[in-house]
Ligand binder design. Structure first.
Ligand code: TPP
Ligand code: SF4
Ligand code: MG
Length: 376
């Protein structure tokens, strides 16, 4: 560990009195008493989760930075390089394990996550894990929760997880029932916006104009149709369940926080995580985080929390971006660009982003109006 990043008290024992500066810009300090042999520690991003801050305050450390993390989804699985779903699931389940004190059962619908993690007879899971059918993870998880209740094991927490197809399409009836009964289950949807495991077919979460194997980029209206699809977090909110949240792999600390909070609550809880899929989206493996961040910074994927049917917090956009920046990174939207391109379709997608920004109040006054997008 770099000595100049150590928390003040750690250095004070045998430390030097000189000031250490971890970078330029806004700074804050603790142990501001060099004369007494205590090192001055400056942070370049006060109030953020930048590394210096986390090391100084153990309560801000991520689950993944904890040496005792459970490694719920271990190495050796067969996900594609840069798979957002593998990343999201690892962070989510490790956070759930920490919150549950290790007493966790996970139910997993059929889909990429199940297939790449458990090629028979192998498994990458190091937790109690059950594979359900494609359609019925919420019902199986409800059964597990009921069994735990009968056995008096209120300490065991139950998680169900599925892709967007397993959640918004074939599993939706079971999920709505689980919500309506307020069953004691945390359901996590890993949304990569198509049926990836079977070759990138459109799901109810596929965005308008996206090319998939079943919505080809041909004809006057190429790609997935406008005016269709389901906004599952808002449908979950409409059930009035105790907790609904959205998150992305672009902010893993936020994802961990929300999963930890949700794990500790009782009743039906729903967390919807955007997990880019390099194969299905046609993005570079190294761009998974960047493209997820652009989904949030355009307003196309709002990040928020809701309790008992009402939105309670939103993650504001730091620097609003035009949808072209997001769409242009992905081959599934390549037919919208080039010559002549389809600026009319891009404008329709921009209108969807603008509606989302307005609905959730995603802009702070300093982030710029939609008209100033990308100016900074
Ligand atoms: C009843 C049924 N129909 C179809 C399938 C084939 N199938 C397995 S996974 C899958 C797609 C999963 O898509 P999604 O839930 O979005 O997960 P992803 O693979 O994208 O992570 C399909 C169609 C199945 N297993 N069972
Ligand atoms: S197809 Fe997509 S979701 Fe499936 S393992 Fe590959 S990157 Fe992950
Ligand atoms: Mg999917």
């Amino acid at each position: 560990m770099r000595r100049d990043l150590l928390p003040t008290d750690a250095v004070a024992a045998g430390g030097t009195p000189e000031a250490a500066d971890t970078g330029a810009g806004t700074s804050g300090a603790i142990g501001d008493d060099p004369g007494a042999g205590r090192q001055r520690l400056r942070f370049y991003q006060v109030g953020s989760f930048a590394v210096g801050n986390r090391l100084a305050d153990p309560s801000q450390r991520t689950v993944q930075s904890d040496a005792t993390r459970s490694n719920s989804l271990d190495s050796g699985h067969r996900a594609c390089q840069g798979c957002g779903e593998a990343l999201g699931a690892r962070y989510a389940l490790d956070a759930a394990m920490r919150a549950a004190g290790g007493q966790l059962v996970a139910v997993n619908a059929t889909g990429c996550l199940e297939v790449f993690s458990t090629p028979y007879p192998e498994t990458s899971w190091r937790i109690a894990w059950l594979h359900s059918l494609f359609a019925n993870a919420p019902a199986v998880a409800t059964g597990v929760a009921a069994a735990m209740r009968v056995k008096g094991r209120s300490d065991v927490r139950v998680v169900a997880q599925a892709g967007d197809g397993g959640t918004v399409d074939i599993g939706f009836g079971c999920l709505s029932g689980m919500f309506e009964r307020n069953d004691d289950v945390l359901f996590i949807c890993y949304d990569n916006e198509a049926y990836m495991n079977t070759g990138v077919q459109r799901s109810g979460a596929t965005p308008s104009a996206a090319r998939t194997a079943t919505t080809e980029a041909i004809g006057p209206d190429p790609g997935a149709p406008f005016g269709q699809g389901k906004d599952l977090p808002r449908l979950a909110m409409a059930h009035g369940i105790p907790y609904v949240a959205t998150a992305t792999v672009a902010d893993l600390h936020d994802l961990e926080d929300k999963i930890e909070r949700a794990t500790l609550m009782r009743g039906a809880r729903y967390v919807h995580v955007l997990v880019p899929c390099p194969l299905g989206w046609g993005t570079a493996s190294a761009d998974t985080i960047a493209v997820a961040r652009l989904a949030t910074q355009t307003g196309l994927f709002p990040v928020y929390e809701a309790k008992n049917g009402s939105v309670t917090s939103v993650s504001k956009i730091r620097r609003v971006q035009p949808v072209e920046a997001y769409l242009g990174m992905q081959k599934r939207f390549a037919h919208l660009f080039g010559t002549p391109g389809r600026p009319d379709i891009v404008a329709r997608i921009q209108a969807i982003a603008d509606d989302s920004i307005a609905r959730f109040g995603l802009l702070d006054s300093h982030a710029g109006e939609p008209a100033e997008r990308g100016a900074r």
